[in-house]
Design a protein around this ligand. Structure first.
Ligand code: ZN
Ligand code: ZN
Ligand code: ZN
Length: 368
């Protein structure tokens, strides 16, 4: 569900300002989140070129295959279109829309099929990444986006306690994952993007692919799941234990991760660097002697994409600002045995403080 049309117009105006400030001629966006952000048009990528051309002078035109023109008109009636039919050259069409001198910026995830042909059609111009312009806009969520993120996170939160009521022991990761996906849809997700169910030793692989392993009593299980509601993403991780006989080290590690996550939250405020949040979370785990077992960054931005700027990682001196939304997700992974991760989404309010969007219980839940 797109925002108001005027929202997209003002976003495009700011993108044009960004182009002028950098001396660029145009922004060329194929289907993806930048296009959705600037036009309110979400469409699958295909071999037929769809390209939003935002020029430095403020004009925006959607180059669209004729057969998809009605669909684009329906959601973005204010956006001028240039349609092309099956035998036209859409690259020449784009090139004619790029009038001002200078380089162009193309969507980070534009297919090479399009990039190479656009480079040929726009010979002589340099190509840069669109994210240099769009990241600054997309990182600072407006009121509409903050509400959208709150709603989708709350939907993920509601799915979690429902899963805790269910039996884990004896079922495969895939079965539990499918059930979790159904709960996510039922609680308000339009799409479920991923349900990681990483049981026992599989928990030591942060991006484990949910599979056929049968979950057993005594397993620690990492549950990392999310999807979209009205285009905005959720992403939450909780770690549970099957049966109440919990190994001492599992309890200890869970407690360290919980404290590490809280330290990340405490550090996340406007004016702090992205790296400082990572450092605060990492410090707790380092002190506890598990530094080597925390094998990823502390978090990532979230919005129209599940992973976007800002990245909470060592070396990122970008300063956090009101409106930025990101995960805080430290973990400890013990190869061959188990893993623990706790992840919430936080958003910085206008007061500069982190508002937790996920409120599901952090405790090590005991499941059947
Ligand atoms: Zn991840
Ligand atoms: Zn996650
Ligand atoms: Zn995440």
């Amino acid at each position: 569900m797109p925002a108001e049309r005027s929202t997209y117009q003002s976003r495009r105006k700011r993108a044009s300002e960004g182009l002028r400030a950098r001396g660029l001629a145009a922004l060329l966006l194929s289907p993806g989140s930048d296009l959705a952000y600037l036009a309110g048009y979400r469409v699958f990528a295909s071999e037929r070129l769809t390209c939003l051309v935002v020029s430095a002078d403020g004009d925006a035109t959607l180059v669209v295959p004729e057969l998809e023109s009605p669909r684009a008109k329906a959601v973005a009636p204010d956006l001028p279109q240039r349609t092309w039919n099956e035998t036209d050259d859409p690259y020449a069409l784009v090139a004619r829309l790029v009038a001002a001198p200078g380089d162009v910026a193309v969507a980070d995830q534009m297919w090479s099929l399009f990039v190479l042909r656009l480079q040929a059609a726009l010979r002589g111009r340099g190509f840069q990444l669109a994210s240099d312009i769009t990241r600054g806009l997309r990182m600072r969520k407006d009121a509409y986006e903050r509400d959208a993120l709150r709603a989708v996170s709350a939907a993920a939160d509601r799915a979690y306690p429902r899963l805790l009521e269910r039996e884990f022991a004896g079922r495969s990761e895939r079965e539990v994952g499918a059930e979790l996906a159904a709960f996510l849809r039922d609680e308000g997700h339009d799409e479920v993007t991923f349900t990681i169910v990483a049981s026992g030793p599989n928990g030591a692989s942060p991006h484990h692919e949910t599979g056929e392993r049968r979950i057993a009593r005594g397993d620690t299980v990492v549950l990392d799941f999310g999807g979209t509601r009205e285009w905005y993403c959720s992403d939450i991780t909780r770690t549970v234990h099957v049966g109440k006989d919990v190994d001492d080290e599992v309890r200890k590690v869970h407690d360290i991760v919980r404290r590490s996550q809280e330290a990340g939250y405490a550090a996340a405020r406007s004016g702090a660097t992205a790296a400082s949040v990572d450092a605060a979370s990492r410090h707790v785990i380092d002190e506890a002697g598990y530094g080597e077992r925390f094998i990823h960054r502390t978090g990532h931005g979230i919005g129209l994409d599940g992973h976007e700027h800002p990245y909470l990682v060592r070396g990122n001196d970008e300063k956090l600002e009101p409106g930025m939304a990101f995960s805080i997700e430290p973990g400890i992974y013990i190869p061959g045995r188990f893993g623990v991760r706790i992840e919430d989404i936080a958003i910085l309010g206008d007061d500069g403080r982190a508002e937790p969007l996920n409120r599901a219980d952090h405790a090590l839940a005991i499941v059947r």
